[in-house]
Design a protein around this ligand. Structure first.
Ligand SMILES: O=P(O)(O)OC[C@H]1O[C@](O)(COP(=O)(O)O)[C@@H](O)[C@@H]1O
Ligand SMILES: [Mn+2]
Ligand SMILES: [Mn+2]
Length: 327
């Protein structure tokens, strides 16, 4: 097969299958420390596993969203080169364990997550908070607006969905900083799913309300997680807006160094993840869309979604790994 047969536009389609192993390995490693109350240890093994599997991929990859800046993250730091160096040049956003606390407590929706995109097409977001709002596909453009009130957004979504407001469910991170937001959403009559952590899953869950029960994600969380969620929405459809929270001169400067000229800019999905994008997530703990890793007597089971923007394919890959020594 020649290269063009593997390519719609942008990334090599073989990568869609290969990337699965990367999140699978990270998820299995983290799952071995699931429910042990040790977030750091679970995170570390996920990072190690993701890195070693990533380095087997035939790509010339650069981590643009990773575990932090070089001096604070020994591995998978921003700027780290990964892959064999033999394939196409790509940018990578990753979170080997998204929901370290969830994993440590064995609560729902911890994931191993990665997005791979054509060079230069992911937003270089600093590790600050981002204000986010997201809904799934099928609604008219402009149904949500980051600068509108929660009440207006919920009312607009209910109208677009054709349901009363009290049949809308919003997902919000359970944080003191969201007290006013929670109050405002509750005042509309809408329901809230409060999550302890894991807003990448929170955003993705809006893409399938029938399955997850979540219609809209609102609130602030990590900016890196915002870019990862946007990468997923690029593939599934859906709307999202995000604005970096750069509330100190130090953060403004840090963002400027990463190329962010306007600290108040509202980013849409395609401004956070452009071009051809691959997204993969494997469940670590059981969740609303993905099952967690299961350790059986003879094999380990993993559940992964792989999405690709240029073909709009959504694949769910349930794998039985019998070569247990590898894990
Ligand atoms: O806990 P904070 O400071 O509110 O940050 C929220 C962020 O942390 C998370 O809940 C968990 O992320 P990690 O497990 O990767 O640290 C993200 O989903 C979310 O974006
Ligand atoms: Mn995370
Ligand atoms: Mn993490």
């Amino acid at each position: 097969m020649n290269a063009s047969a593997n390519t719609i536009a942008g990334l090599d389609r073989i990568l869609t299958m290969e990337v699965v192993r990367v999140t699978e390995r990270a998820a299995v490693a983290a799952a071995r420390l699931r429910g042990r109350g040790d977030e750091k240890a679970a995170d570390q093994v996920a990072v190690d596993a993701m890195r070693s599997e990533l380095n087997r991929l035939n790509i010339k990859g650069t981590v643009v969203i990773g575990e932090g800046e070089r001096d604070e993250a020994p591995m998978l730091y921003i700027g780290e080169e990964v892959g064999t160096g033999k394939g196409p040049a790509v940018d990578i956003a990753l979170d080997p364990l998204e929901g370290t606390t969830i994993c440590a407590k064995n609560l729902p929706n911890a994931l191993a997550v990665i997005a791979i995109a054509e060079k230069g097409s992911l937003l270089f977001a600093p590790d600050v908070y981002m204000d986010k709002i997201a809904i799934g596909p099928g609604y008219p453009e402009g149904t949500i607006d980051l600068d509108a009130s929660p009440a207006d957004n919920i009312a607009s979504l209910a109208k677009a969905k054709g349901v009363p407001v009290n049949e809308v469910t919003a997902c919000i991170l359970d944080r003191p900083r969201h007290a006013k937001l929670i109050e405002a959403v509750r005042a509309t009559g809408a329901a809230i799913r409060l999550i302890g952590d894991g807003d990448v899953a929170g955003v993705i869950h809006t893409t399938d309300p029938e399955e997850t029960g979540i219609d809209i994600y609102i609130g602030s969380g990590g900016a890196p997680e915002g870019v990862l969620a946007a990468a997923a929405l690029r593939c599934t459809g859906g709307q999202m807006q995000g604005r970096l929270i750069l509330d100190t001169p130090e953060k403004v400067e840090r963002a400027a160094k990463m190329g962010i000229a306007d600290p108040n800019k509202v980013y849409r999905v395609d401004e956070m993840a452009r071009g051809d994008v691959l997204f993969a997530a494997t469940g670590v703990t059981d969740g609303n869309m993905l099952a967690g890793v299961k350790f059986g007597r003879n094999y380990i089971t993993t559940d992964t979604i792989v999405l690709r923007s240029s073909s709009r394919t959504v694949r769910e890959i349930k794998a039985r790994h019998q070569d247990l020594d590898k894990f």
